[in-house]
Design a protein around this ligand. Structure first.
Ligand SMILES: Cc1cc2nc3c(=O)[nH]c(=O)nc-3n(C[C@H](O)[C@H](O)[C@H](O)COP(=O)(O)O)c2cc1C
Length: 189
């Protein structure tokens, strides 16, 4: 079975730039060849603020939105989160989506592509790494930060990445493939 990588568009707001950046990540991940790749739009799950009566460890979900999100996360061996930074922090859509599940995350690996103003979403990346450790997701230090993201999106909403980011993305994908394979026995694979 090939390793499966889910690229998750974290921003859910109307008018977001997330899909533009994620499309670039998606293209490069397909070209990388180390994974079966799926582009996942968090907005499409329409998750409300966490509303399950039981702790996610029990996986006794009451809501269809949780079941759908559970199925998506369970299907992956690795993740790339394409995420903005809001108020020097991880966006609430990210925190909420992580909290909805537990077992489905365990012993998987994630890389972060963040974007924003001059600091390229670096503070969000650090917060997201910390949060992911609590659901037993290993995060790779290799990552991509896109500074001044709006300067790199054209009128057709296409993201034209600064050249310097390409090797960072490749390095992150290489590491994700290594870790996803190495963690497989812990996931019972
Ligand atoms: C509520 C809010 C808070 C923001 N805070 C930050 C921030 O802390 N750092 C930053 O670099 N950009 C910040 N921005 C600007 C975002 O980088 C920019 O709006 C970007 O397009 C957000 O990603 P999205 O369009 O995919 O949602 C903020 C934007 C919003 C809407």
């Amino acid at each position: 079975m090939p390793l499966k990588l889910n690229i998750v568009i974290v921003s859910t707001r109307p008018g977001r730039v997330g899909p533009s950046v994620a499309e670039w990540v998606h293209e490069r991940a397909l070209a990388h060849g180390g994974f079966e790749v799926e582009l996942v739009d968090l907005a499409s799950f329409e998750l409300p603020i966490f509303d399950e009566p039981k702790h996610p460890r029990f996986q006794d979900y009451q809501h269809d939105h949780t079941k759908a999100w559970s199925e998506s996360v369970a299907s992956a061996d690795a993740f790339v989160f394409v995420s903005p930074e809001y108020n020097y922090f991880a966006p609430p859509s990210f925190v909420n989506a992580v909290d909805f599940l537990f077992n489905e995350w365990n012993y998987k690996v994630a890389g972060l592509v963040t974007y924003g103003g001059p600091l390229a979403g670096a503070r969000a990346a650090q917060m997201e790494k910390l949060h992911l450790t609590s659901v037993k997701v290993m995060t790779v230090p290799e990552g991509v930060g896109v500074p001044m993201v709006f300067k790199h999106i054209d009128e057709q909403k296409k993201f034209n990445p600064p050249e310097a980011l390409e090797p960072s993305l490749t390095a992150m994908l290489d590491e994700l493939a290594k870790w996803a394979g190495a963690l497989k026995p812990l996931r019972g694979g």
